[in-house]
Design a protein around this ligand. Structure first.
Ligand code: F6P
Length: 553
């Protein structure tokens, strides 16, 4: 397998030529039609047999599944063919297969990248191969941990593990930051209304992440501490914010006359300083082959989701993710949603030079999903050297931001419609609400209003509207895609998460960067430590001293 920088590929040259020749492919008044909207649909995953059985009113999409619609993206068949050739030239599927089977893809840290293996049902890679490291079957290890924390969660939910005689755990709070917070928090919020709509027993789940004492104080003071189980999550076991919050919480527990050992479980890597410590009620493990921002499918997301919603819900989420992972093995880009999404993103980033992209879910359940994708995408592909550490000469990962619609419409959409930058948009929407609790007001339900707004925005961004008054003129030509389906459930949520993880992975392969390290977060950590450990009133860095002086530290 060859690893080549994007600008050294034949595809790069071909795509630049097409970009020059084709002109305004984002003149959607010419290029976008109702017919194209019906045609350009790719399932994120084949729907499961179980999901097939669910009655559905879906048109043009498989029941129970999610679909990627790319009609309003600025590319024609010639460009798609060139992207297919680039995908083949960069051996994207071969690289994905190698990653699945345990090749060292995190070159900087010399590590395998195995988050897909967490979702395997038989403990083997999605290609069918076992992943063995130093004689150990890692699929087996991940499955055993899944079994262990599932059983633990079920016992807690059933009242078989209790904080004290006659008491039960009624609330959970995860302490963690970055990948140990953002994904699990986004997923937990995403399932809250679904659980209510299904009439499932859902227990309260909170999250403490920031080292800002107001975060831990607000959460701990709102919880029934005697009935709360804190889940301390840190892969490294060394993160300042998380260790500080652990002690903050333990102090609160002690002051409330409670034994912290009955109120705290740990999730960490086997080699971390937190591992195998009897001060926790129980501990669950993963390893260095699971990157923080890719760890939602491990105990990092699994413990809190299983405690709050039940272990079957978490397994359903994993099944949805596995289905999307398998769909991502397809070599034909027209049939592989995450691969196509990745290539279109590269087309826009490298050949139109758009520096931003927005994630716009028309679903309140996905309120924190954009925040998770910020880390997933920007920490993975915000790189200026290739996987061998050599500088690269083309743009890599875009700036990612987002908010749920319709809230975003009343905030930053002004710039998206009429600003000087074109921002490619990634919409997500569902036909049904999660709670199914709706009201007809002025002749339509709230869900109908939400969906009408989504369809309206895609069309407005694409086609615009001419007006002689400059401030009222909408230029259009603003590309977008839409991921849509019936309803956000654990299974579709899993597929949605895997879609983005796989998209980011494919883009990393195209740009030839290491998407699995994050050296760019280190310098700030070192300087913060310098401030906190300064001797004789100085850190030795006058600028650092001046800024910390302004803040009184
Ligand atoms: O500082 C960045 C980072 O290393 C992320 O990559 C990671 O998700 C987060 O910190 C938390 O790390 P840990 O789980 O080791 O506490």
């Amino acid at each position: 397998m060859k690893y080549i920088d994007l600008d050294k590929t034949k595809g790069f040259e071909t795509l630049w030529t097409l970009r020059d020749e084709k002109g305004d492919l984002n003149d959607f008044k010419v290029h976008l039609s109702g017919e194209l909207v019906k045609q350009r649909n790719v399932p994120l995953a084949e729907p499961s047999a179980e999901a097939e059985g669910i009655a559905s009113s879906m048109r043009g999409s498989p029941p129970g599944g999610l679909v990627y619609n790319w009609a309003a993206r600025a590319l024609d068949d010639d460009v798609v063919n060139a992207l297919q050739a680039l995908s083949d030239e960069q051996e994207l599927i071969a690289k994905y297969r190698a990653l699945l089977e345990g090749e060292v893809m995190n070159t900087g840290e010399g590590r395998k990248v195995l988050h897909h293996l967490l979702r395997s049902t038989d403990g083997k890679a999605h290609t069918g191969k076992a992943v063995i490291h130093e004689g150990r079957d890692l699929g087996d290890f991940y499955r055993k941990e899944l079994e262990r924390f599932s059983a633990f969660a079920e016992k807690v939910r059933a009242g078989e593990i209790v904080p004290a005689p006659g008491k039960r755990y009624t609330a959970f709070a995860q302490i963690g930051i970055g990948g140990s917070d953002l994904g699990p928090r986004a997923l937990s919020i995403a399932l809250e209304n679904w659980a209510a709509g299904e009439g499932r027993k859902a227990l309260r789940a909170e999250f403490i992440s920031n080292v800002d004492p107001d975060d831990a104080s607000r959460i701990t003071s709102s919880l029934p501490l005697d009935e709360t189980l804190f889940v301390l999550v840190s892969k490294s076991g060394t993160t300042q914010e998380t260790l500080t919050n652990e002690l903050f919480v333990k102090d609160k527990l002690k002051k409330a006359g409670l034994d912290p050992a009955k109120h705290m479980a740990a999730v960490t890597s086997e080699t971390s300083p937190l591992a195998h410590n009897p001060v926790y009620l129980d501990s669950f493990y993963f390893d260095d082959f699971i990157g923080g921002r890719y760890s939602s499918s491990s105990a990092v997301g699994g413990v809190i989701l299983s405690l709050a919603y039940g272990s079957d819900v978490f397994r359903d989420f994993l099944a949805g993710a596995a289905a999307a992972d398998k769909a991502a093995l397809e070599t034909d880009i027209r049939k592989n949603a995450s691969l196509l999404d990745a290539l279109i993103g590269v087309w826009e980033r490298n050949f139109f030079l758009y520096p931003y992209t927005a994630i716009l879910p028309y679903s309140q359940a996905l309120a924190r999903f954009p925040a998770h994708l910020q880390q997933l995408d920007m920490e993975s592909n915000g790189k200026r050297v290739n996987r061998d550490g050599e500088p690269i000469r083309y743009p890599t990962g875009p700036v990612v931001f987002g908010e749920p619609g319709t809230n975003g419409q009343h905030s930053f959409y002004q710039l998206l419609h009429q600003g000087t930058d074109i921002v490619p948009l990634q919409f997500i929407g569902f036909r049904q609400s999660q709670r199914k609790d709706d009201a007809v007001i002025d002749g339509s339900t709230s869900q109908a209003k939400l969906k009408a707004n989504l369809a309206a925005q895609i069309t407005a961004f694409a086609n615009g509207k001419s007006d002689a008054v400059g401030s009222k003129d909408f230029p259009g030509g603003r590309p977008s895609s839409l991921i849509y389906g019936d309803r956000l459930t654990p299974r579709t949520l899993g597929a949605l998460l895997a879609h983005y993880e796989n998209k980011v992975m494919f883009q990393g392969f195209i740009w030839n960067v290491n998407s699995f390290d994050q050296e760019g977060v280190q310098l700030g950590k070192v300087l913060a430590k310098k401030v906190l450990t300064k001797t004789g009133g100085t850190s030795g860095d006058p600028v650092l001293d001046a800024y910390s002086g302004l803040l009184g530290v």
